[in-house]
Design a protein around this ligand. Structure first.
Ligand code: HEM
Length: 504
């Protein structure tokens, strides 16, 4: 790493190091390797339209140093200038950026079904793993097995947020509590155990392993895939060795232990379900560690946006709380996820939060396994294809006044997010869950967690800004989104979760 840093530091001044980090981390999340240089130089594109290339490319480096520290914002800027489909070069890689859901649908769904657009080739291993995962987080399975844990964790979350707000005074950052909430659900489903509180040592060490896994999969690793010449640097840094050591000494022992414990549990869990498939130990370790990561961060980041938005829109918050209170006054209990239709305002509002502030910048980028022609543009085999979520969610051809937060926006589209994502393009609410064959496998579980957590928290408390000693209110900044690798997180904030008397 030090040698890479030295190398990066030695680049000409305009190629600032800061500009390298975030874009590399995006690719780190994908672990895509490309060899498209030849495609650029030799293809005969006669008769096809050229995909617009934004300004700012350098020889050999391409657009790598024009992307800046907020790639999704830069891409959005380029899309505004040059249209909904763009091609950039990142070292030797070709990236195709898409900001139009219709084009994305044609690429990932229409072509994906026939010509193989995917994160990796459709090997049997991936198909089996996806099949196994879907069977253990399918709507039916979630309804039967996970609703009770989801409900219990949501109640605990509300309790904790109120207690810590009281205890700490001056507001709390909900991140770690949200992490515990979502981790407990997937952890309980996977391994049959949960953590009591955010101070729990095992919770902190599992979180640390997951974060280390993400960071080691990260930045500097991919320099060699952008610039093959750097492969030699990587060799000397021993980065691959570090990753292997981490897997061997930290990740694998932890997950081996958790899997062994889960197999001994009396109650059914995901690990036991995986036994029905023919996976070797290595595959099981990868599936379980990936699943824990996929099911934890996405949910906590989404809820973190929801709470930050609620604090900034107190009228929306009041209306949502009133809808929950009304249900409680009728039935003397909180609504179940299966009763979400009784809370149309909350359902629409949660969808709008996800549209208004995307959970990820690009989902998981895909790779074209063969040439794809879409709208008479050629996407060359080997190109990385990025769905630019923020640009899609702010596309005025798709959403009226996209910059405006409008809680009622999806009042006419209250279908489950899972149904909307898998149905016709016209019926989609937002695009956070991706596209086609590699679409998120946990959409139903995700919406159940989001809905139940939100309803529990809002039924118990109001989310209020921190007030300083001069009486000034400080609201979470929802204008800035930080690129944390795969997810887009709000800038760190504090709010107060103030216990309220339900307005019954
Ligand atoms: C708000 C919450 C979530 C968001 C925004 C989200 C988003 C995504 C996205 C964008 C992808 C890649 C799709 C593509 O390649 O086009 C994905 C894949 C996946 N997600 Fe989620 N996800 C969420 C929650 C969950 C949860 C709770 C689970 C499981 C418990 C989960 C499990 C998975 C799995 C297993 C995949 C890989 C699917 C495959 O490669 O075939 N996700 N998710």
């Amino acid at each position: 790493m030090d040698r890479i840093n030295t190398f990066i530091d030695s680049l000409p001044r305009q190629l600032e190091r800061d500009h390298i980090v975030p874009i590399v981390s995006i690719v780190a999340a994908t672990t895509l390797l490309f060899s498209t240089y030849k495609i650029f130089s030799s293809r005969n594109d006669q008769g096809l339209k050229k995909i617009p290339v934004p300004r700012g490319g350098y020889p050999y480096f391409g657009h790598m140093f024009s992307v800046g520290t907020e790639p999704s914002r830069k891409f959005a800027e380029w899309h505004k200038e040059s249209g909904p489909i763009l091609k950039i070069r990142m070292g030797i890689q070709t990236w195709v950026l898409i900001a139009d859901p219709e084009i994305a649908h044609k690429v990932f769904v229409t072509n994906g079904a026939h010509s193989g657009v995917g994160f990796s080739p459709p090997e049997k291993h991936w198909r089996d793993a996806r099949g196994a995962i879907i069977s253990i987080i399918s709507p039916k399975y979630v309804d039967t097995n996970y609703m009770i844990p989801i409900k219990r964790e949501a109640a605990d979350l509300a309790e904790r947020l109120i207690a810590y707000s009281k205890k700490e005074g001056g507001g709390i950052d909900p991140t770690i509590h949200l992490h515990l909430n979502s981790m407990n659900i997937i952890y309980m489903s996977s391994f049959g155990k949960r953590f009591e509180n955010v101070e729990d040592e095992e919770f902190r060490s599992v979180s640390a392993v997951i974060l280390k896994q993400l960071s080691l999969a990260g930045p500097e690793h991919d320099m060699a895939s952008f610039f093959p010449i750097l492969a030699i640097v990587e060799y000397f840094t021993g980065k691959t060795k570090k990753m292997n050591d981490f897997i061997k000494n930290e990740r694998d022992p932890l997950f081996k232990r958790l899997i062994a414990e889960a197999l001994r549990q009396e109650e059914t869990n995901l690990v036991q379900e995986l036994e029905k498939y023919d996976f070797d130990e290595k595959a099981k370790l990868v599936i379980m560690s990936d699943l824990i990561a996929a099911g934890t961060d996405t949910i906590s980041v989404t809820l973190s946006w929801v709470f930050a938005i609620m604090c900034n829109y107190p009228q929306v918050q009041k209306k949502a709380a009133a809808e929950i209170d009304h249900f409680v006054s009728l039935y003397h209990r909180l609504p179940l996820f299966s009763e979400r239709n009784s809370l149309p305002y909350c359902v629409s509002m949660l969808k709008e939060c996800m549209r208004f502030r995307s959970t990820t910048a690009f989902g998981i980028p895909h790779q074209a396994n063969q040439d794809i022609i879409v709208d008479n543009y050629l996407i060359p085999k080997g190109a990385a294809i990025f769905s630019c979520m923020e640009s899609m969610h702010m596309n005025p051809n798709v959403y009226d006044e996209p910059e405006r937060f409008c809680a009622e926006r999806f009042g006419d589209n209250l279908q489950l997010m899972d149904t909307a994502a898998k149905g016709k393009l016209e019926g989609r609410d937002h695009y956070n869950f991706g596209w086609g064959r590699r679409m998120c496998a946990g959409i139903y579980m995700a919406e159940a967690e989001l809905f139940v957590s939100f309803v529990n928290v809002l039924s118990r408390c109001s989310i209020e800004p921190v007030v300083d000693s001069t009486g000034k209110e400080h609201f979470p900044n929802i204008e800035q989104a930080n690129n944390s690798g795969v997810t887009l997180t709000p800038a760190s904030y504090k709010v107060n979760f103030v216990e309220r008397t339900p307005n019954l």
